[in-house]
Design a protein around this ligand. Structure first.
Ligand code: NAP
Ligand code: ZN
Ligand code: ZN
Length: 347
């Protein structure tokens, strides 16, 4: 039977989020019902709630950094049990049949995976995210939160964590590699922690030196301000991998020129406008410009296990649900250290 649950939703593009109720589907044979405890606030929530990426579906309940506890399971569920501490990230389904799904990469599903919110599921119904008390998700898109990771600091790992972990692994971050992280926000601060945990030498490229002490504490060896033009002269040709987590347009050429020969600039940030690039900067250094989308379910589990082994979670500011609109504004002005996480008990 379909149920209703309390949520925070944007009724229309750019409108403030408000408390409301939304439907949740009946728990199917392979579904789990999760009582949500915490939901992280990703910059993608803001891009979408404000229609920065194009037309969106309203009312919208954002939230794709979800942790909670399983409170019911369908009869065919084998991976999770009532009482388990679990998480849900950016996607809740995929076609499961295309080349990429069969290769374990539902994040690159060729028929389109179903995003946790602002999407329409294979059942034809809109999806609603984690700024809500309960969610029903197919067990294959639910991961296990290791026992030693508190659910609040684990929540941002479900998007920000795996979105930075996946390209770090794919481009072989490790001992001997020199990695720059551009932007030290939600994604960026976890990129620093994860790249450091993998043994890489990490440099932060931030707009200012305001967060330098934090960057060094989180594991960066070096920290530079991109507002200082000297930074780009000094660091020319320095990095094997640059991970840009910047949500706004960026001068790609200046960053490409910081790569060594064969280095890669990988964008996980998703600015709302297209960016230009000078091919000479790429061609002359045999440099790569790439992108990367969240991570697979297996990578999410691997990342959580790595975090558990290193006792690593996000640095968070816990907020009440009623503070969500203020939190959106603070994220937009890069005023968050380093992820807002909604305590769903306050919803
Ligand atoms: P965030 O917390 O706002 O962090 C973004 C950081 O970028 C800021 O902290 C700031 O770092 C820097 N920045 C912001 N505006 C800038 C500007 N005008 N010029 C230069 N730097 C600027 O956001 P987030 O949640 O980490 O998300 C970052 C981006 O990744 C968003 O576009 C989001 O949609 C995208 N995203 C993509 C995926 C994916 O699958 N690829 C997944 C999640 C999120 P400093 O203060 O250090 O300069
Ligand atoms: Zn996200
Ligand atoms: Zn597929």
């Amino acid at each position: 039977m379909t149920t209703t649950t309390t949520a925070y939703a944007a009724p229309a593009a750019k409108a403030p989020l408000e408390r409301t109720t939304i439907p949740r589907r009946a728990v199917g044979a392979h579904d789990v019902l999760i009582d949500i405890k915490f939901s992280g606030v990703c910059h993608s929530d803001i891009h979408q709630a404000r229609e920065g990426w194009g037309q969106a579906i309203f009312p919208m309940v954002p939230g794709h950094e979800i942790t909670g506890v399983v409170s019911r399971t369908g009869p065919g569920v084998t991976r999770h049990a009532v009482g388990d501490r679990v998480g849900v990230g950016v996607m809740v389904d995929s076609c499961r049949d295309c080349e990429n799904c069969r290769a374990g990469l539902p994040n690159y599903c060729l028929n389109g995976n179903v995003m946790t919110y602002n999407a329409v599921g294979y059942d034809g119904e809109p999806t609603y995210g984690g700024y809500s008390r309960q969610i029903v998700v197919d067990e294959n898109f639910v991961v296990r939160i290791p026992d030693n990771l508190p659910l609040d600091i684990a929540a941002p790992l479900l998007c920000a964590g795996v979105t930075t972990y996946s390209p770090l692994r794919h481009w072989n971050a490790g001992p001997g590699s020199r990695i720059a992280v551009v932007g030290m926000g939600g994604l960026g601060h976890l990129a620093v922690k994860l790249a450091h945990a993998m043994g890489a030498e990490v440099t932060v490229l931030s707009q200012s030196l305001r967060k330098r002490e934090d960057g060094l504490r989180l594991g960066a060896r070096h920290y530079h301000a991109t507002s200082d033009p000297k930074t780009f002269d000094e660091l020319k040709g320095s990095f094997d991998l640059i991970l840009s987590t910047v949500s706004a347009p960026l001068d790609l050429d200046s960053y490409l020129s910081l790569l060594r020969t064969d280095g890669a600039l990988v964008n996980v940030g998703l600015p709302e406008e297209p960016l230009a690039v000078n091919m000479f900067t790429m061609v002359l250094g045999r440099r790569t410009l790439a992108g990367s989308a969240c991570g697979s379910i297996q990578e999410t589990q691997d990342m959580l296990d790595l975090c558990a082994a290193h006792g690593l979670g996000a640095d968070i500011e816990r907020i009440d649900a009623s503070q969500i609109n203020e939190a959106f504004d603070r994220v937009l002005s890069s005023d968050v250290r380093y992820r807002f996480v909604i305590d769903i008990a306050t919803l």
